[in-house]
Design a binder for this molecule. Structure first.
Ligand SMILES: Cc1cc2nc3c(=O)[nH]c(=O)nc-3n(C[C@H](O)[C@H](O)[C@H](O)COP(=O)(O)O)c2cc1C
Length: 181
């Protein structure tokens, strides 16, 4: 179904990181080529081994530990991407990209891509409602970045509120609606 589509998935350090397994499997099993970039913090939540196994590709975390420096990996991944998904997106990565910070493999590759980048924010509701986070989201939308709204539900912090990563089916539905898949 998604043959010939190169999708780069960025994983950041949120409690919903494990849920990225489901979307990676779905895209891969339906023919997409999936490359995964993890932030260092996300590896506290889920292992590169798991995502490497599910994606069938080497997972990149550290910009300075690339398999082969003849291929400048953040540029080749950025160029190869037809679609770039950040699932889940922390307040931190949203803030970094909104402010032009490129200090790790994920933020640098996002900076270098011309592919459509879609963020799926997931965080505590107070974090999500923080005007700084909302401002960063609005600023990124003005630049053409897209956002999948978090859903309302039981958050890991114990609250029943907006901040949950939507289910894989909802993420796929959004991507199809936007004609990105
Ligand atoms: C148990 C735990 C859960 C966390 N969950 C989230 C989360 O869901 N969303 C978020 O934005 N930050 C969350 N954080 C905070 C991030 O891990 C922190 O801001 C970190 O700097 C993010 O780094 P990264 O964006 O480079 O992955 C959590 C931290 C801990 C310890």
């Amino acid at each position: 179904m998604f043959e010939n589509i190169n999708i780069v998935i960025g994983i950041t350090g949120g409690i919903a990181a494990y849920k990225a397994c489901s979307i990676i499997s779905y895209l891969k099993n339906n023919g997409a080529n999936v490359d995964v970039i993890m932030t260092e913090n996300s590896t506290k939540f889920i292992t590169p081994l798991t995502l490497e196994t599910l994606s069938g590709n080497k997972v990149i975390t550290n910009m300075f530990e690339c398999p082969d420096y003849r291929d400048v990996h953040h540029i080749s991944l950025a160029t190869k991407a037809d679609l770039f998904l950040i699932i889940p997106a922390t307040a931190n990565i949203i803030g970094k990209v909104a402010n032009g910070i490129a200090d790790d493999m994920l933020s640098t590759t996002i900076m270098a891509t011309k592919a459509q980048v879609v963020f799926a924010p997931a965080m505590n509701n107070n974090m999500y409602e923080n005007p700084i986070v909302q401002n960063n989201i609005e600023r990124l939308k003005e630049y053409g970045y897209k956002f999948i709204n978090p859903s309302i539900g039981h958050l890991a912090c114990g609250y029943e509120a907006k901040g949950k990563l939507p289910k894989t089916a909802e993420i796929v539905k959004y991507l199809k609606k936007e004609k990105l898949l």
